[in-house]
Design a protein around this ligand. Sequence first.
Ligand code: ADP
Ligand code: MG
Length: 446
Amino acid sequence: MPDIIHLLPEYLANQIAAGEVVQRPASVVKELLENAVDAGATQVQLIVKEAGKQLVQVVDNGAGMSPTDARMSLERHATSKIRSTEDLFRIRTLGFRGEALASIAAVAQVEIRTKQREYDTGTLLLVEGSQVTSQQPTACPDGTSIAVKNLFFNVPARRNFLKSNAVEMRHILDEFQHVALANPQVAFSLYQNELEVFGLPAGKLSQRIVALLGNGYKEQLAACEEVTHSIAVKGFVGKPESSKKSRGDQFFFVNNRFIRSAYLNHAVLAAYEGLLARDTHPFYVLFLELDPKAIDINVHPTKTEIKFEDEKTVYAVVRAAVKQSLGLHNIAPSLDFDGDVNFAPIRPLRTGKGTGLVPTEADDHLPAATAADRAASSDGYRPDALAASAAAAPRRPRPACQQGHRASPALIPIPAATATSASCRRVLPSRPAGSWKLSTASWASP
Ligand code: ADP
Ligand code: MG
């Protein structure tokens, strides 16, 4: 009998690998945004057309790539972020597998323009279904623009599996939200079918929350900060009266990576015990910092689930932190740490003002947020942008639980199907005068 085993051609191996990384346009959004952040960008622009089915483009002003690196970045297992096994256990970047660009390039037409500051010219690379069709020097700004066109053009079965534009756009907005919340120091904008729907200036976390999720949160944020020898928890939780019928705005980040965790969600809910109206869900944006050695981010291919070495301690600290924060805001009795569960003694980062804990941002976030709000309400909000981009989306009634969930519905003349949790808000504090404006024209894909 003849031998029957053979090596798969590279394009096919890449297509198979792409199945893990690229499920839908939102997967591309996540990978490209994370790469931009990893590259140290301070301004990031996301451009989508047809809910990402036609185009997902991310333009950043980060480090850029040399001509050779630009070509290398498309190889599978090609990364600048790890070199050794030890590196795996001290990862601070969002990417590290070196799979994303190779996977995306296997199932789309990709155009990369990139330039490092010290070079006079940049590089333009065209790739289609893993085949590099052109590489040439080009004039372009510092940083990187990656345009991903016609996702799954060569895998029709997968393209057919994509959902409606409204659904795909909601997934994109979720990814945008996660990256934008985790990086308030970076300015982000989002263009949907050439209309700007978000323009988020760099600022503090509290400002980012309000700009992204709505002015309604301005008075509702309770700062949360707790530091032990093994874990730091920081962020904001919503006052109990701001809890919602829908479960939308709950975010955990571990070492700045968005994660889902029913276990930690339970810890937060435990802290709210007795404070929430029946069947309502509190708001939270919580950042956990741990030694990377104490977590395993490899358990899930898309890296939204992680394993903690000592999850009981993490649970206890999160619960205590939220309880403490609610107590500080005179919402619940302050926690008696001596009497609390079995974790290491909590040593706050800073103490003072007789409270025991001094939240870093809470001290000043409200006035600042007010300034951002003023900007948002004067000229930042673009209902027309959302309305126009939503016009093509099929209309379907909005679930009752979502109605009136966000900022004033009167300001939001968009159909429910596209009015995802992220889009149906007053958004877009306009850019401060003289601030950045990456030229869409110079980058725009034909
Ligand atoms: P990973 O992020 O896991 O390393 P990717 O396939 O996403 O893998 O990217 C491969 C490499 O390409 C990265 O390690 C990085 O060096 C480079 N790269 C990707 N995107 C950018 C960008 N926007 N700016 C600069 N370098 C980038
Ligand atoms: Mg990456």
